[in-house]
Design a protein around this ligand. Sequence first.
Ligand code: AHG
Ligand code: MN
Ligand code: MN
Length: 347
Amino acid sequence: MPKVRFMTLARHIIEGEKKHPEATGELSKLLSDLSLAAKAISLEVNKAGLADILGFTGNSNVHGEQVKKLDMFAHDLIFRAMDHGGHLCVMASEEEEDIIHIPSQHKLGKYVLLFDPLDGSSNIDANISIGTIFSIYRRITPEDKPGTLEDCLQQGINQVAAGYIVYGSSTIFVYSAGEGVHGFTLDPSFGEFLLSHEYIKIPKKSKIYSINEGNYLYWHPGLKKYIKYLQEEDAKTDRPYSSRYVGSMVADIHRSLLYGGIFMYPSDYRHPQGKLRLMYECNPMSFIIEAAGGMATNGKQRILEIQPKSLHEKTPIFIGSEEDVKMVGEFMAKEEVNSEIYLSSKS
Ligand code: AHG
Ligand code: MN
Ligand code: MN
């Protein structure tokens, strides 16, 4: 019989923590609780076409976007899975304007959880891959009191772990606690995440770009030139590139992680800060991509070094294979003089 490795997510997390004798096991428990929420969301997402869960709630989120029921379902579920474990002092979600306190009857812990409950939610009705993204920090305020906004507004480099779950042709849980990036595929028959991708490394250079080209007219001139460059024919540099855009950043970046690629959501003159949120989307995805050997910038600065000023702030993002991310930065730097509007401080 061939030797089959049988490594569940729970076991992998515990074994990872054992390498650190000072670890208390709290992070392991936190990630295990999150994986439980992921299983429940996965189940619900898979039923989306069947259950009464489809359609709009009629509410919009703090960004003024229409929120579907499944977004709120995922938001509530993650909160309920995470509020009583005793590992967290505060949470924040893309779907809630303010920080989320741990109910007073529960024990407080030393970690902070930020999450995008469902990313790519406009794709739900079309049966296209969507996901959940999470980011974990250690609190910086004193441990005996509830966590504060200050605990949430930390630079991405302070993340102790981050990850995402893609609900696609199968469900995959990808995380990094600093030591490599690992992926676990959900076996639906017995409901366990099993190690399927160990120590994922993103290719240094790719030939796939991912961007909403409908916004071309409004882009930075350097970005326009870069995309045109990718479309030119040149065997030596393996051009033209292919274009892929799912419209769920979590799925687009997951593909880039596995196959190589550059994903971009730039600023443009209608949206000076782009569309994607620093705390719920860009920081956790950048943590993963960097841990896999890739790169993530806002065109000028490393995403993980941005000092956040508010919970829901947005940032332009260029993320993926290192050589590609460097190159787009170079194209944009050449057009520096007229580019300030694209990185202005407006949100
Ligand atoms: P969310 O569903 O959490 O609001 O995020 C949607 C985001 C992101 O996942 C995706 O890459 C982007 O919106 C797509 O935006 P465009 O339709 O402007 O391309
Ligand atoms: Mn999102
Ligand atoms: Mn969302």
